[in-house]
Design a protein around this ligand. Sequence first.
Ligand code: AHR
Length: 499
Amino acid sequence: MKKAKVILDRDFVISEISENVFSSFVEPLGRCIYGGLYEPGHPTADEDGFRQDVLEKTRALHLTMNRFPGGNFTSTYRWEDGIGPKALRPRRAEVAWQCIEPNQFGLDEFAKWSKKNGSDVMMTVNLATRGVLEAMDCVEYCNLPGGTYWSDKRIENGFREPLGYKYWCLSNEIDGVWQVGQKPAREYALLAREASKAMKLIDADIKTVLAGSSSPGQSTFPAFDLEALDIAFEQIDYLSVHHYIGNSENDSPTFLARPLITDKFLEDTAAVIRAIRAKHRSAHEVYISFDEFNTWHSVAEEARFREKWRTAPALLEDVYTAEDALALGGMLLSVLRHADVVKIACVSELCNCISHLRTRDGGGCWVLPPYYAFKHYCDYGRGTALQTKVISDSYSCARFPEVACLDAQVVCGRDASVTLFAINRSLDDTLALDAVLHGFADLRVEKHIVLTADDPKATNTEFDPDHVVPRENGNAVMEDGKLHAELEKMSWNVIRLVK
Ligand code: AHR
């Protein structure tokens, strides 16, 4: 058996956790929307064509926002294609994913869907192949009360009240060679700065997000971010970065340790922001918008270009397994651990593509194991992040010489509960965990949720949807003010302590 210790103190606070880190991402990619969120004619579809079986599972997450419409999709998108009468909307060649976009679900439909889902929208404007004016028009359509061309169009299209969207991404992954309209940092930042300035002249209450590095693996990280921020710092409010982790070597111990790269990436990005703030001697605050992250296994290029010009093909539908739940869990703990600098976080994506929520066209809807880790994070991650000191036995693997078996993060809830999220990364050993909780009195274990499987590759299917599900029979106990638990090998744990 391996051993680990957690030490915390009620007064050692990292930060309040922003509500916006409980967000996701919706892109008209593959079957995320068509056959996912939207399928007129499906037995559960409502009058708007929204699948109620999907809505039931997305509502259960209590998401704050969904980023829309992308993603690479945004780079050749005309937002006007997704408003007004559906019969008049153009079918377009969508080049990022080599599909036909029928534009039957656009800005108007996403506004309605989000209302039904109870979540807000973070918009992305296209600065890759369009300009400042189109971005301003979009803000005008969404946020002005009426009396102008675009705001009156919105009213004509059935939205009397402004949509009031506050968060706006200034394009997406503009550093990437795969991006139509890729730009060097300077060229992009000059455009983004002016777009942000103009968009804020339309609506002074919006916050804008500068596109930074699309991965820590980009050779231009952090130079791109430094240069772009240096130019646009005072006009923008967030810096967007993305991270996907995979297991192409089929080496699970390495895969489970990859969230360590996320930790470093977020810390390096925060250092970039601090450096530019210091250089400018600025009082302006810029935070990280970690608006795409997940595990991702499908070879994107292969899937993207296999067969062109279909509508809503099954692209990037990874079969996520129990080990993905732990790897994603590690990324989620990284977000909480960096609550002082990460103020927006959107897991990729909400349905079917790179997603833990899966549907069959005309058929069922089921969830894959990582859905549960994300749901626990959304259910119990709200509140204040505490510094969580971990002393743990370790293992070594191909990519990392020393990996702590335990990954842990503690959150104090607004209801005075204390939640310890704990991952036992060891594939072979149980982990004996002892936690010392300074400054807390009279806590008892309310529940200890465990998500694990005998086989790291175990998953759920439409016809066996409960193969990997969490159970509430973990063995955590409080004894003499100390917490003790034996964490099963390869397990995700949520230990809830209450008075
Ligand atoms: O989520 C899929 C794609 O991954 C997004 O469109 C893009 O931003 C990223 O490369």
